[in-house]
Design a protein around this ligand. Sequence first.
Ligand SMILES: *[C@@H]1O[C@H](CO)[C@@H](O)[C@H](O)[C@H]1NC(C)=O
Ligand SMILES: *[C@@H]1O[C@H](CO)[C@@H](O)[C@H](O)[C@H]1NC(C)=O
Length: 582
Amino acid sequence: MAKSKNNAKKLSFISVPSQIINSISSSSLQSLLESPKKSSRTSIFTRKSTLLWFLTLFLVGFFGMFKYGFNFDTPFPQKLCSTTHQKFSLSNHHSISNLGVNLLLQKERKTLKNDHKDEFSKHEKEQVFVSHVELGAKGSIGFEKKSDFWKQPNGLGYKPCLSFSRDYRKQNEEILKDRKKYLMVVVSGGMNQQRNQIVDAVVIARILGAALVVPVLQVNVIWGDESEFGDIFDLEHFKKILENDVRVVSALPSTHIMTRPVEGRPPLHATPSWIRTRYLKRLNREGVLLLRGLDSRLSKDLPSDLQKLRCKVAFNALKFAKPIEELGNKIAERMKSKGPYLALHLRMEKDVWVRTGCLPGLSSEFDDIINNERIRRPELLTAKSNMTYHQRKMAGLCPLNAIEVTRLLKALGAPNDAKIYWAGGKPLGGKETLLPLIKEFPHFYNKEDLALPGELQPFVKKASLMAAIDYIVSEKSDVFMPSHGGNMGRAIQGQRAFIGHKKYITPNKRHMLPYFQNSSLSEEEFNRIIKKLHKDSMGQPGLRTHKNGRDVTKYPIPECMCNAMPHILNSDLHIKTKASDT
Ligand SMILES: *[C@@H]1O[C@H](CO)[C@@H](O)[C@H](O)[C@H]1NC(C)=O
Ligand SMILES: *[C@@H]1O[C@H](CO)[C@@H](O)[C@H](O)[C@H]1NC(C)=O
């Protein structure tokens, strides 16, 4: 409510041209932000804004005609925008709209001291505002282009099915009865990495017939987030969903508290029989096993029941804690209130460029920053080190940058009034690096833009909770596209397939990048080629195959989803699967 007051105050002292912009942005903002239940305190403001709207429609129409009439060489609209923008920035430093993003950009621009700042001219910035005004005006009279872009895949008839075998169910009772064996795990990395390890920990506990002590989340050196399991996930829900599979306990019982645990770290691709052979005897003797470094250790090829268990943990048991879930849902609703939206997971953070051994494509200054960091801390590089930057890039091993994402989305038919939620941390080079995207798609928001003042406060210093909010809003989007593979993209791909095959675009980087560098291609030709390359990687489910050790939580078919339309041949899926595997 504080926000409405703010807006009202703002609206009362600004001059006419800025009212146009302000009322466009604030009313679209308002409908984006306000829940259906409005308190009576806002009604005065609402009446005021209705009046303003009539004025706005009239003026926009008037200026629209004006602009059309002089479209060819008069600089008038741009002038209008730059002056109104100055006033706007005076009256509103904490806007939550896309204009707010731009103001932030402006602010950051001033503080950025490098060559990079010359890349965006004054003219370009003004263009951003022109397109804001134009889109605002279109939006106000309900203009919405139909586009194939939002069309959803049919999922080929696959539906979730997690029914366990009779043998598995027969073992439940005995496993749940056990009071001797306890598995403790320490999980590490970012939130999505920890999530994967928790999934594996449940499966390992089941393999060993041990109770699982609520996983300990290791504090990460990069992110420094001290959140515990219960801060991120809904522990009661976790216990309840798994109550027939694994006993989950909050702490070691007093009978075991003095035990010195057997410690271990499974090798890559550890199989259930390896785990039993290696740990079971000692666990029976000592009572407590402590595992760490579980990342991608458990084999991806497990017996069918254990695959189902992995799906059950990933898709059903691991729900975010209530406060996160609530804010995530609110933000998703704000996005959704204006129609379908695309969630983009951008991987442009400094540590991502360093780890992947790629260059951010900004300027030589930023290349130097990355190179120096890599020299200083060679252990961070996880990519193949015998490749040059160019080889890595062309092999599809690098995150896409903002210009590439923009061109890809345009080629795939994303309308320029598409609403985009971008997930991810602060890009190297600041929000300014996102300008190519914002210019093409002005309805461009992240959680900071969409949260009301104070809403994000409990989460800001906690990277895992912030990542969880991104996860929720991305998962609920109509279309999802990551700029690079990774734990979050993987998890969301599986989850979206599981809950109904919501469209997921996998950029076919290796095949598309040569066309990005060919300047003799016309835009039409480029778009046609890019569209064709992505025909089969636009969200139809991929099949988990043994050959490439695919993860069932990314490809839930066939173990966790069954086909209600048996006439669809698997060969069909194989083709689609191959195409989307980059
Ligand atoms: C890099 O090394 C791997 C194996 O270590 C090899 O398969 C690959 O061809 C090498 N790449 C280049 C560009 O030399
Ligand atoms: C660029 O595209 C044109 C037109 O399709 C093609 O003839 C040419 O070989 C391409 N150039 C490169 C370097 O791939």
